[in-house]
Design a protein around this ligand. Structure first.
Ligand SMILES: C[S@@+](CC[C@H](N)C(=O)[O-])C[C@H]1O[C@@H](n2cnc3c(N)ncnc32)[C@H](O)[C@@H]1O
Length: 748
């Protein structure tokens, strides 16, 4: 080390003599690899070797004493920085021993090699080993401050020691450089600064640290002294939102406070609470006292809020009559639940509504019509008829009667309306057709309540898909109202090839043709029917409808009524397939052999009193031939048995005899149990089929080959004029007596 300094002092720059040549050679052979290289290449002046000696405590930069000839030219000041480290990479990497490359006649021993620092010491130089940074201090590898890192010219300039610093170093080093003896080289500016600080803090006297001008300027700054006044604030972002730390802290504090409060509350509670009772109250098991749905209270008082009159009316409803308590054993608990789990099909105790599945066969060529329509001349003929005036009636019911069985209109088969009812719509129960209209207007198949079915042996029929009450209106028999002449024409021309005719005697020599008509036309005949076809006068107009019989009709029952058929010809007799025990065997008329009604009615109504009404009703039924109402075992029954009647041959359509209009008899006294008389007169015209194996005979006259049925019974009630007179008398006497109920005459 000493020899090195000696060499420096003596002006022998390390390999200085070879500087120029080497530089020239380098410039010509290889391009500069760094800026430093470039500077050095373009510099005219010789390069000053700078050796930095690293010392932990002090920094001593040893700069070689420059000879007079080496004074930097004014064009480019040669600044040397003692603080910069210079490394011999060859040494460090251990390749210095590989020998020198010989090129262009260079003197290997004196050839100067370039390093990243621009200059270095060749291995051939004396005491080079002493300068080996690897051997002296590994800090020399601190590349942070390595000049090679400085890429900008300014940085490189700064990296080079300034002449002033060099001078001061030289001064510090003393005339012989002894000051540097024993000094440890400082490898980096960081180390140097730290050393300077340490020196200042420790007041190292005698070893002042010479700082660069820039550093000296920065000396008083806080950054220099590591005083950090503005600490780094870390911002927190959560889910893309900035989290205000102050608020977060506040929230945390609030949470803490709440926790503390809750804890305090619990503590206070625990302290204030009485000790838990050791024995809990024994649970009482609850047993079901009723059925599956026990616990669901029924409305206590259904009459609450009703007027006295309304309560009275309600009390009369049979459904609300006080009943005996149901003492049947209730179903065991969980019965319903088990049933659900078992997956058994749910089945109502009885059918309420049950429509047929879709895809049922539908009758062809049926044009539906739900209201009567006058066709052709019928309307004019109808209007001209004097019977219109006959359809006048006025009931004398009281509101509490509700136009029930005793209503005069009802007995006369007149429907009550605003013009003829004494008690008004709200309380009147004699408005069957109006009810039917209202029911159907709401729509829905269960309101209609009937469906067409295909029977196995009787063509189409009608069944109910809901229940009907006794005597409830089911459906209207509607169709085209035609005159007799028109009926004849149709049969001869339009229906001559038909097997079935849907014609019914109606009123005033009129006929309802339901070929285009309501569903009621499909109702089949039965000798023990569950319905009745009855003609009513509604708002002065006759209308036919199917009503339930005396017993209720259940869902799924086929609806039937007694055609009271008159085939008029033995040929046309059809076998009855109703299958009832009392079947008459043929689609024939009701049996005859009854006494004149007039007499019998008198008998029936005689001595009417409590308990005798029933007998009267029975007798009346018997008289009217209402066979289904005849009680079995009755003496009269025998008499009522159907007797085969000689079938008369129909000659012409004119033979059709319509039902005569119901006319009020003398003042009628309502008879208890008196039922409306049947006025069914279906007309059936069926083309006869040829016997098997025989050739069909050519029909000469279609009417001859047709079966025709006409009503056999018409009801004749005495003139309304007489009835009015009688009524007047009644009003005067204020007592109702029956003089006549009805007169039935057989007509053909
Ligand atoms: C007004 S139609 C009734 C609807 C008819 N079943 C249809 O398919 O159009 C009357 C005809 O039905 C048949 N019919 C009705 N009731 C019958 C019964 N009890 N026995 C046999 N045939 C019956 C007869 O052919 C009769 O002429």
């Amino acid at each position: 080390m000493l020899s090195l300094f000696a060499a420096i002092e003596s002006g022998d720059s390390i390999s200085a003599s070879t500087d120029d040549s080497s530089n020239l050679a380098s410039s010509s052979s290889t391009p500069p690899t760094t800026v430093t290289d470039s500077d050095s290449l373009h510099s005219d002046a010789s390069k000053h070797d700078v050796i930095t000696v690293i010392d932990d405590s002090t920094v001593v930069a040893v700069a070689p004493a420059l000879p007079a000839s080496d004074v930097p030219s004014p064009r480019r000041p040669q600044r040397a920085r003692a603080s910069l480290p210079v490394y011999n990479l060859a040494k460090l990497s251990g390749t210095s021993a590989h020998g020198k490359r010989r090129a262009k006649g260079d003197i290997v021993a004196t050839r100067r090699r370039r390093t990243i620092a621009g200059t270095t010491v060749t291995p051939g130089d004396a005491d080079v080993g002493a300068l080996d940074p690897a051997s002296t201090n590994i800090d020399a590898l601190n590349l942070e401050t390595s000049p090679s890192k400085r890429s900008t010219p300014r940085a490189q300039r700064l990296a080079r020691p300034s002449p002033r610093s060099l001078r001061s170093v030289a001064r510090l080093a003393g005339p012989n450089g002894a000051a540097s003896a024993g000094a440890t080289p400082v490898s980096s500016i960081t180390a140097k600064l730290s050393a300077a600080k340490r020196g200042r803090n420790n007041k190292v006297v005698g070893k002042p640290v010479k700082l660069s001008r820039e550093l000296r300027r920065l000396q008083d700054t806080k950054e220099f002294n590591h005083i950090d006044e503005n600490p780094v604030i870390h911002s927190v972002w959560s889910n893309g939102k900035y989290v205000d730390p102050s608020q977060a802290a506040e929230r945390q504090r609030a949470r803490k406070r709440a926790k503390v409060e809750v804890a305090a509350e619990i503590q206070v509670k625990e302290e204030s609470e009485e000790p838990v009772a050791q024995f809990k109250k024994r649970r009482v098991k609850k047993y079901l006292s009723k059925g599956l749905y026990s616990g669901q209270e029924v409305t206590q008082d259904i009459t609450r809020g009703l007027t006295a009159n309304e309560k009275k009316q309600l009390a009369q409803l049979p459904e609300l009559m006080p009943r005996k308590e149901n003492k049947v054993m209730p179903a065991p608990i969980f019965t319903g639940f088990r049933t659900l789990l078992a997956g058994r099909d749910f089945k109502l105790p009885f059918h309420v509504c049950n429509p047929l599945p879709p895809g049922q066969p539908k009758p062809d060529e049926w044009k539906k019509m739900t209201k009567n329509r006058f066709i052709g001349e019928s309307k004019e003929v109808w209007k001209k008829m004097p019977h219109i005036l006959d359809y006048q009636s006025k009931c004398v019911c009281k509101p509490e009667d509700g136009c029930a069985e005793t209503c005069q209109n009802r007995i006369m088969l007149y429907e009550c309306d605003d013009t003829n009812c004494n008690i008004g719509k709200a309380k009147c129960t004699n408005r069957a057709f109006a009810d039917l209209t209202a029911r159907r207007a709401k729509g829905g198949k269960y309101r209609v309540g009937v469906e067409v079915i295909k029977t196995s042996d009787r063509g189409y029929g009608v069944r109910s898909n809901r229940c009907f009450e006794p005597h409830q209106i089911i459906m209207e028999y509607a169709g085209e109202i035609i005159t007799e002449e028109e009926c004849e024409r149709r049969m001869n021309e339009i229906y001559k090839n038909n097997e079935c005719y849907y014609l019914m005697s109606f009123d005033q020599n009129m006929i309802i043709d339901a070929t285009t008509g309501s569903i009621a036309r499909f109702v089949n005949h039965s000798c023990n029917p569950n319905c009745r076809m009855i003609k009513w006068i509604v708002s002065g107009q006759p209308r036919m409808a199917l009503f339930a019989g005396d017993r209720p009709i259940m869902t799924g029952e086929e609806l039937t009524y007694d055609y009271n058929f008159d085939p008029f010809s033995a040929k046309n007799v059809q076998k009855c397939l109703c299958g009832q025990p009392n079947c008459r065997g043929v689609l024939g008329p009701k049996p005859k052999g009854i006494k004149p009604i007039k007499e019998n009615i008198k008998v029936a109504t005689k001595g009417r009193g409590k308990g005798k009404g029933k007998g009267g009703k029975r007798k009346l039924n018997e008289l009217t031939g209402n066979e289904e109402n005849v009680e079995p075992g009755s003496k009269k029954r025998k008499m009522q048995q159907p007797k085969p009647k000689p079938i008369r041959t129909l000659k012409a359509v004119k033979a059709l005899h319509p039902i005569k209009a119901l006319k009020p008899a003398k003042t009628l006294k309502p008879v208890k149990g008196l039922k409306p008389l049947k006025t069914l007169k279906p007309i059936k015209l069926v083309k006869t089929k040829p016997a098997k194996g025989t050739k069909p005979k050519k029909a000469i006259n279609s009417t001859k080959t047709a079966k025709r049925a006409y009503s056999k019974v018409s009801i004749k009630i005495k003139s309304p004029v007489k009835a009015k007179r009688q009524q007047k008398k009644q009003e005067i006497s204020a007592s109702i007596t029956v003089s006549a109920a009805a007169e039935i005459t057989a007509v053909v």
